[in-house]
Design a protein. Structure first.
Length: 337
């Protein structure tokens, strides 16, 4: 019997955007065990997808090597024999370590959450990766508390806009940085208390943070950038502060003053979501469902969508994200989402 096909974004050859395209590929087999097959209506685009396209960020074992995609929104289409949490037709969004940018994806049922009724497919697809990452980093890892100050680098990014909203909702003071003045203008609606334009000398933002906080510094720094920002982030950190490293867009290597780290009694935390086990992701998604989705239902936080592209426009979508002009998320659609 001939297998059914589906449309999927495929990395035909690693490198530039000319190497990625929409193709017909074999549809995933019927799910087994506690797995669920989801008909994808929309999928988020992330920098991890760009790195994978360039050949620098392969997926963990067991996930498609040439079909990118970490987050999706769709409806349950088939259930494994042990799946108990969902029924056919349920509107769900969730996480996977690869393969989400396709018309169908198979995931563990524990890595899904129910989409709030007021969210469109596009809005839902823009949320899982950035809101789970931001919530996990700020609260599970860095233990941000009401009344504390958080410094968020690349605050106009997908994770940055999610983190700013969540931190404000928790009663924290929010400072955000960006290298582009127009981006800082566009994020003013997210209750950011202080914005800082970062110039050629990253240490300038540390000076601005210390001045604005009366020399106290930031209790938590969410570093989505790395590179030369890292030592300056340590300078901007308050005594007993927590510096959590989530991204390396400015480089994966840096130097720090160990003595300063010791004097501040600071904690440095590294985190990544993609390579976590199904069980670890399930815990993070459960916290997302319990603590973030009620805020979504009350319109306290929202998806931030920069642009929507049809799946066949995948090259234009990658070019948009690589231009660094996006505020929030870029979303791909596989149906009339």
């Amino acid at each position: 019997m001939r297998s059914a096909n589906m449309r999927a974004v495929v990395i035909a050859s690693p490198g530039g955007v000319e190497g990625i395209e929409l193709q017909e590929v074999e549809m995933p087999a019927r799910p087994a065990g506690d797995r669920v097959r989801v008909r994808v209506h929309a999928a988020g685009l992330n920098r991890a997808d760009i790195l994978q396209r360039r050949g620098h960020y392969p997926p963990p074992p067991g996930y498609p090597e040439n079909i990118p995609g970490l987050e999706f929104a769709g409806e349950v289409e088939a259930l494994g024999e042990a799946a108990q949490c969902w029924k056919i037709g349920d509107r769900v969004f969730g996480l996977t370590a690869g393969g989400a940018q396709a018309e169908f994806v198979i995931v563990a049922e524990s890595n899904l959450a129910a989409i709030p009724a007021q969210l469109s497919w596009v809005e839902a697809a823009a949320m899982p990766e950035v809101f789970v990452t931001a919530h996990d980093a700020l609260f599970t890892q860095a233990h941000l508390q009401k009344g504390e100050t958080v410094l968020i680098h690349a605050v106009a990014s997908g994770v940055g806009t999610a983190a700013a909203q969540l931190a404000h909702a928790a009663g924290a003071t929010v400072i955000g940085t960006s290298r582009r003045a127009e981006k800082l203008e566009r994020v003013r609606d997210f209750n950011i208390d202080k914005t800082i334009l970062v110039g050629d000398a990253p240490e300038s933002f540390a000076e601005a943070v210390l001045e604005w906080t009366n020399n106290h510094g930031a209790d938590v720094v969410l570093d989505l950038v790395g590179g030369k920002y890292f030592p300056a982030s340590l300078m901007a950190l308050a005594p007993r502060g927590r510096l959590i490293c989530v991204g390396t867009t400015a480089g994966a290597k840096s130097e720090i003053e160990i003595g300063l780290l010791m004097r501040k009694r600071a904690s440095i935390i590294g985190t990544v979501l993609r390579s976590r086990s199904v069980e670890e992701k399930a815990s993070a998604i459960q916290l997302f469902a319990d603590q973030v989705l009620p805020l979504v239902r009350r319109s306290t936080v929202r998806a931030v969508v920069e642009a929507v592209y049809k799946a066949e426009e995948i090259r234009a979508a990658h070019e948009h994200l690589e231009s660094n002009r996006a505020v929030g998320k870029i979303v791909l659609t596989f149906t009339n989402a």
